[in-house]
Design a binder for this molecule. Structure first.
Ligand SMILES: Cc1cc2nc3c(=O)[nH]c(=O)nc-3n(C[C@H](O)[C@H](O)[C@H](O)COP(=O)(O)OP(=O)(O)OC[C@H]3O[C@@H](n4cnc5c(N)ncnc54)[C@H](O)[C@@H]3O)c2cc1C
Length: 506
């Protein structure tokens, strides 16, 4: 294999080409650093998981003025027909604590929450456009869109829009980008990191630098690592996003003594189209989402419910329900809906890429779901129907308390009887998004070694940072986390490089 060693020395090399990496690159450039981005994917697949997103970003805001500051294109009329409410820092902290079972690292969580608004504003200054997410995070009630669940804002044109804006800005600001650059190793002399070795189109190339920011995702696309760290069965989960996030950054850092941190056996995983492609496909992936289970029930092939579909808003439950599906026989489940709620299903339930059964009676549905235990399924419907609190009005905008009481698996909100045809059932399996385990960093974004000491020259951001999410995840936090820690680490790396240069000069 060819080897090249003659590249110039960069101030900061960023490994990865998603949201966290690009935010790191822009931030380092803001500080005047000479920056190189090494993206493993070819140009037309750039952007990692970030490119697959809806662009939803959770941030702390106090009311409509904050939303308008981020989305100044909003008209007075649009604002008048919207109830944005507020999502304060204290709401964000409470959600992080509750969702992670009080495990989130308090210092990292504080950075995430307190810098969320200013980081989104900074992204706006760097060309990212935002709009309230009317379609998916608000329902129209009495002529007004009421937002729920803390994920009010989305990037215009979603993940692809985010990635295009960030790359456009990076190119304009003079960040160098190499595609097909598969980083394999850190250049490390036993104390200090001073560059990256990457395979670029089959040529092993040494890229010297004063500092390196690792922002190359987690290990979710590596079946062997999933089985090793997440546990048995995870090797056969579907990967929702990029096929390039195979744990390389983690492996390179661990090899030089970086400290693993956070929930290494935990991950973000959702209910996903049963026959989805094994990895994400930028054209098809949006059609594989199955996130409106809270309007119906979910059963396994035994015909039994196994989750509280209405425990909370979708934003607070969907990321842990993939694991629940993986644990069922055959790693499969059916989401079943009554005719009364079909209008609430998201558009992706209406695409060609669904595994769907439709029937006019519950008996006919049970017959058609031939892999599901027929008698138990009909019993599940009967018991469920008998338990629904019809005295409480159904309201999808709030946790309405319309429960189904006394069942072996509780049901807290949005319960409806199965009494109105047609009935529809959708088959799902588990789709993994990203793993929660990562590296330990300081509050400046610098990677820490197993002896608790910051590693000179090494920084990390995005999915690679451990200690933020445990067990579950408040929807729309991944992009915010990538942006906040990307901006932090890129800026810190640039400052580190400047100091390193001064020391060299002396
Ligand atoms: C289908 C889907 C929908 C989602 N929707 C949302 C949403 O709406 N809101 C939200 O907040 N989060 C969402 N998420 C989660 C979100 O995508 C992630 O939390 C976030 O994008 C992670 O950003 P990142 O930059 O750390 O990683 P990524 O965006 O995955 O970027 C990693 C980059 O590293 C590159 N790379 C990997 N290995 C190497 C290597 N060895 N050398 C060089 N480069 C390498 C990859 O090619 C990629 O460019 C979604 C995820 C998926 C899959």
């Amino acid at each position: 294999m060819d080897t090249r060693t003659d590249t110039p020395t960069y101030d900061v090399i960023v490994v990865g080409g998603g949201n966290a990496a690009l935010c790191a690159a822009l931030s380092a450039r803001d500080e005047g650093a000479k920056v190189l981005v090494l993206e493993r994917a070819p140009r037309d697949e750039r952007g990692g998981n970030s490119a697959y997103t809806d662009g939803l970003m959770r941030f702390a805001y106090d009311g409509a003025d904050d939303i308008r500051a981020l989305a100044p294109d909003l008209t007075d009329q649009e604002v008048a027909m919207s109830d944005f409410g507020s999502y304060t820092e204290s709401d964000f902290f409470d959600d992080m604590a509750r969702i992670t079972q009080n495990r989130t690292d308090p210092d990292l969580c504080e950075i995430l929450v307190k810098r969320s608004k200013s980081t989104l504003m900074w992204m706006r200054e760097h060309g990212v456009r935002f709009m309230p997410n009317y379609g998916r995070q608000a329902f129209k009630v009495d002529g007004k869109f009421k937002f729920w669940g803390g994920a009010t804002i989305a990037v215009s044109a979603g993940g692809p829009g985010l990635i295009d804006s960030l790359y456009r800005c990076a190119e304009k600001m003079g960040v160098e980008i190499v595609y097909n650059a598969w980083a394999r190793e850190l250049i490390f002399d036993g104390t200090t990191v001073s560059g990256v070795v990457a395979n670029v189109d089959g040529v092993v190339t040494r890229f010297p630098s004063k500092a390196v920011v690792l922002a190359c995702g987690s290990f979710e696309a590596n079946a062997e690592w999933r089985a090793r760290y997440l546990g048995p069965g995870w090797d056969i989960a579907k990967v929702r996003g990029s096929r390039f996030n195979t744990g390389d950054g983690l492996s390179m850092a661990l090899a030089i003594g970086a400290q693993p941190y956070g929930h290494w056996s935990g991950c973000h995983a959702v209910a996903w189209e049963r026959y989805a492609t094994d990895f994400g496909d930028l054209a098809l992936t949006p059609q594989y989402q199955r996130n409106t289970y809270q309007w119906g029930i979910v059963v396994n092939t035994d015909g039994k419910r196994f989750i509280d579909e209405g425990a909370d808003f979708r934003n607070y439950t969907y990321a842990k329900y993939g694991r629940a599906v993986l644990e069922q026989p055959g790693q499969v489940a059916w989401q079943i809906f009554d005719g009364k709620v079909l209008h609430l299903l998201r558009d992706e339930y209406r695409t060609r890429h669904v595994t769907k059964v439709r029937a006019n009676t519950l008996e006919e549905l049970a017959d058609k779901l031939d892999e599901v235990n027929r008698e138990q399924l009909l019993r599940t419907f009967r018991d469920y129907n008998a338990a629904v609190r019809e005295d409480v009005p159904f309201n999808p905008n709030i946790k309405d308390g319309r429960s189904a009481d006394g069942l072996p698996v509780p049901r807290r909100n949005w319960a409806n009887k199965f009494d109105t045809p047609p009935f529809e059932a959708y088959a799902v399996t588990c789709g993994v998004t990203f793993a929660f385990g990562g590296l330990r960093i300081t509050t400046e974004g610098q990677v820490v070694d197993t002896g608790q000491k910051p590693i000179p020259g090494l920084f990390a951001a995005g999915e690679m940072v451990g200690g933020i999410f445990y067990f579950n995840y408040p929807g729309a936090s991944g992009l915010t986390s990538g942006a906040v820690f990307g901006k932090l680490s890129g800026g810190s790396a640039a400052k580190y490089a400047r100091v390193a240069e001064t020391v060299d000069a002396v």
